[in-house]
Ligand binder design. Structure first.
Ligand code: CKX
Length: 597
């Protein structure tokens, strides 16, 4: 059972969250000798490195940038006198880590995009300085998410060989907190909503580790208490409820308290948004109203910090998306830092929250190979049970962490796996079953399908509530002067899906062209800004032909770093914005379209 996974760290009269962000000591451990040599008690030689940040682009040499293996972070931290429970909360450790306090192992965690929590109550010295170290590792394999391999060069250097199209940034990418909590505490809560004419019912469940009374109250924006209930499980009735609407959010404050008689034991407060989500026939309904998704697939990616969390960058991205009249994004291809969801809640953005199940096809150029029909027997490998175990636990951690965000209206459980075998079907059936069992709001579950997952071949499309298609007609397929063929092929595929009788909406979660901000050409050529605009217009005509198409999320919001290779010019350039977040011409095309869509 998770303690605090869904509870973003806060400070109030009963809880204290202290940031451990700043400069940490750092060193590589290529021979994996750190544990044997007791580095958890102190690194012998290290450099200073900032947290949060990926480590790769902070260096000026190739070896460090492409380093693959174990690496260590450490710092000292002061623990105030405190009677209750003491925890550490890492926003993430990418891709896996072992945490030590004062030389004692306190936890280990697999998966680089979800929080790592450790109860350190019994091993810290209160009122004193303590020592914290993390042994992290960024190797890719086929047993954990995301999938890939490690390649050993002839000179012995080991580098990452991702089966996916983004740079393998790693490190302590998100904030780290020391969290002081009461011994008897709120550990988790969940909410679900029913709309009843003008009123709303908020079903809630609170988990605590004690038996004292739980009180739950809901406050409107003005601070008026609009509903109250006692008990770990109950219902709040909100009369004339303000609904959380797309791009017009209303947030209530939920206050949870544990009390002993009149004495407060613990308190937690969070913002929640009352809204319902449903897929009905070919429509996606928020509060019973149809919504057409407009927006992007994104990445956590920026110059120098890599995948490190940065608040100004978050703000700029939201401002750009608002300027574009977007209403949605997919957290391709992994759960993002929690701040992304909190801000989406405030701004009324919809999020398709994606687990890091990417690279489930054995290819370092899967964006090319998959479209060519290559089959790699990915789900027929002896390591699949281990992969499934990790996939299931990361789905559970993601849903537990993000379940209370009104912005999260769907979970994506994969991106572009090899879905054409019964092995894949059996694998994903288990993933979907688990996700549906966990989500207290019974939100739609989906996954993003690549071109190879064609209507006649795909064995997994029947598992999803709405289908996310990643399609590149006019780029990977029949690009440039062949674009009219691309359009015909696109229509042909849509008709085949129609004939298949999939009884749900289709959302395009990827379509786009690599475009260099420097290139202009009349008539257009592939890679020019003009071509990106023309390609989008051709895609829109197809989208507008079919009533079951219920959304368009362009690939990508901004240019981003990838592994080097002949298919990438210093990264993937499919951004509508440059990596510096300046608009390409296509941004104006999309902005115009989305204003009235
Ligand atoms: N989809 C044909 C996954 C993304 C890639 C994108 C691309 C592919 C396309 C698959 O992570 O970046 O090639 O641009």
């Amino acid at each position: 059972m998770y303690d605090q996974l869904s509870l973003y760290p806060i400070t109030n009269s009963k809880r204290l969250s202290l940031s451990l962000d700043g400069m940490w000591n750092f060193c590589f451990d290529p021979a994996s000798i750190g544990e044997k040599e007791n580095w958890m008690s102190g690194l012998h030689s290290s450099i200073s490195l900032p947290v949060p940040s990926s480590f790769q682009d902070l260096f000026t040499d190739q070896y460090s940038k492409n380093y693959c293996g174990d690496f260590w972070y450490e710092r000292d931290f002061f623990v105030p006198e405190h009677d209750g429970n003491i925890q550490l909360r890492f926003g993430s450790i990418t891709h896996r880590g072992v945490v030590y306090v004062n030389g004692v192992k306190v936890t280990e965690h697999e998966g680089g995009f979800l929080p790592v929590l450790c109860d350190i109550t019994s091993c810290v010295r209160k009122g004193e300085v303590n020592h914290l170290s993390v042994k992290a590792n960024n190797e890719l394999n086929e047993r954990s998410l995301p999938c890939g391999a490690v390649k050993t060069l002839k000179n012995g250097t080991r580098i990452a060989a991702p089966y996916f199209d983004f740079f393998n940034y790693a490190g302590l990418n998100r904030s780290v907190y020391l969290v002081l909590l009461p011994e008897e505490r709120i550990q988790d809560y969940s909410v679900n909503y029913t709309l009843n004419d003008q009123d709303a019912l908020v079903d809630y469940e609170v988990r605590t580790n004690g038996e004292h009374e739980v009180k739950v109250s809901l406050f409107d924006k003005e601070g008026n208490c609009v509903a109250q209930s006692n008990g770990k499980k109950g219902q709040l009735k909100v009369e004339k409820a303000h609904l959380w609407k797309v791009r017009n959010a209303y947030l209530y404050t939920l206050k949870i308290a544990i009390e002993d008689g009149g004495k407060l034991i613990d308190a937690y407060e969070d913002k929640i948004g009352i809204r319902t989500v449903k897929v009905e026939g070919k429509r996606i309904l928020i509060n019973g109203e149809e919504v057409y998704l407009k927006g992007f697939g994104k990445h956590e990616d920026f110059d120098i910090i890599g995948r490190g969390f940065n608040l100004p960058l978050l703000k700029r991205d939201y401002e750009c998306m608002k300027w574009m009249n977007a209403n949605c994004f997919r957290t391709s291809h992994y759960p993002y830092a929690e701040e992304w969801y909190r801000f989406a809640d405030e701004e009324g953005f919809l999020i398709i929250d994606e687990v890091a199940a990417v690279g489930m096809m054995r290819s370092t150029h899967n964006f090319v190979d998959a479209g060519m029909g290559k089959y790699t027997s990915f789900f027929e490998t002896p390591t699949v049970p281990e992969l499934l175990k990790n996939h299931l636990s990361q789905v559970e951690e993601m849903i537990t962490r993000d379940k209370n965000h009104p912005s999260v209206f769907a979970f994506s459980l994969f991106n572009e796996p090899e879905t054409t075998s019964s092995f894949a079907h059996d694998y994903f059936a288990k993933v979907f079953e688990k996700a549906r069992e966990i989500d207290p709001q019974h939100r739609p579950m989906t996954g993003a399908f690549e071109k190879n997952s064609a209507p006649e071949k795909c064995q997994c499309y029947m598992l999803v509530d709405f289908m996310c298609l990643n399609r590149y007609y006019g780029w990977y397929i029949s690009g440039g002067p062949d674009i009219s063929d691309a359009v015909e092929k696109f229509h042909d595929e849509m008709k085949r899906w129609e004939a298949k009788g999939f009884n749900g909406p289709i959302v395009f979660t990827e379509f786009g062209t690599d475009t260099l901000a420097t290139e202009h050409k009349l008539p257009s050529v592939m890679w020019s800004q003009e071509y990106q605009c023309e390609y989008l217009e051709e895609n829109f005509k197809v989208f507008d032909t079919y009533d079951f198409i219920q959304g368009e999320l362009v690939w990508n919001f901004a240019d981003f770093q990838t592994t080097e290779g002949i298919f990438r010019v210093n990264g993937n350039k499919k951004g509508v914005f440059t990596r510096e977040r300046q608009p390409k011409d296509s941004a104006f095309v999309l902005k115009r379209r989305w204003e009235n869509k």
